[in-house]
Write a protein that binds this ligand. Sequence first.
Ligand code: IZC
Ligand code: ZN
Length: 402
Amino acid sequence: MDKKGPVKGADMSELTVWQNAAIGIKGDTVVWLGSTEEATILEANQVMDAKGRLVTPGLVEPHTHLVFGGSREKEMALKQQGVPYLEILKQGGGILSTVKATQETPFEDLLEKALFHLDRMASYGITTVEAKSGYGLDRETELKQLKVAKEANEKHPIDIVSTFLGAHAIPAHFKDNPEAFLQEMSDLLDEIKQENLAEFVDIFTETGVFTVPQSRRYLMKAKEKGFGLKIHADEIDPLGGTELAVELGAISGDHLAVTSDEGIQRLANSNTIGVILPGTSFYLGKDDYARAREMIDAGAAIAISTDFNPGSSVTENLQLIMSIAALKLKLSPEEIWHAVTVNAAYAIGRGKVAGSIAVGRKADIVVWDAPNYLYIPYHYGVNHTNTVIKNGKVIYERQGIR
Ligand code: IZC
Ligand code: ZN
């Protein structure tokens, strides 16, 4: 799986699969690949026998809202009564209720909570994670969230890639003046850059949140300051966020649940990766699933992700999302594996270090309780990991029942 760039279109169906393979690891790096027979001549301090199990690259999770206070289980009943996601937000709930909880939660508690969710992600075979801010919407809390992500990256074996999502919602006191709020968030960019608190800048381009022209102006400032760009694009209403992501050369356009035909064509002809979050459509009870099948058929590179967050997709289980991608997006197992490994890594600027098993790359590897790669999307809703290796070290092993 030594890919030189994101895997696009029909190439997503070409998966490299070896039988009876062996992997040599030194320190945190893959140093040798060959057959089990060839491996017998090597000298090794330690040998692990996968006993015929499936072995893959560690999963890469390219879109999460990892750091947040509180939870929103009370909104589930509202959603059941048919209150739309954007209506809950308009009434000061949704994202804004998580903002309040995140403002009120001390740094250490946010860190502990983030580490808890990271542990669970690691147990599901995830070894690299993107994490967004966006539950602060003020200087202090946005920086607090980004610093929590930075410390979590230092404390936890999972690698975290940080994104500044200050433009995630409009706080009540800026309701009539979104431009002034965006100004306040762009005033933070220099500090975030200097302190190396985020690599990417993201915005929620959506009805009642930020318009396409506002998003364009804001993201252009971020681009000038050297940030990579991401957009929450066309999640609920088709405003043209996908087209904007392509126009600005964003590394990814995320969601794309209601992207137009034009948007699909432009994505396919670009280097922007479509990060598809089908768990969100599922969890919000929507019929609009991203037309990922058409996107790939048109030649696009697609990644998939949980969108782990306390409102619209409350799960760390990327394996479940792989099943939803098979069932609802009609992606093939080969496409799905590319979408959670190599393409997910390229979607967060880690394509050269994560997302594939190749000599010189980090030894981020999962041994699965599965006979082959078709099995993971097929047997849904459970955790199939047997052993998770991060940077050459075992960080998770399935325990039997005592
Ligand atoms: O907290 O609801 N869509 N942002 C945009 C989200 C979902 C996260 C949330
Ligand atoms: Zn999101």
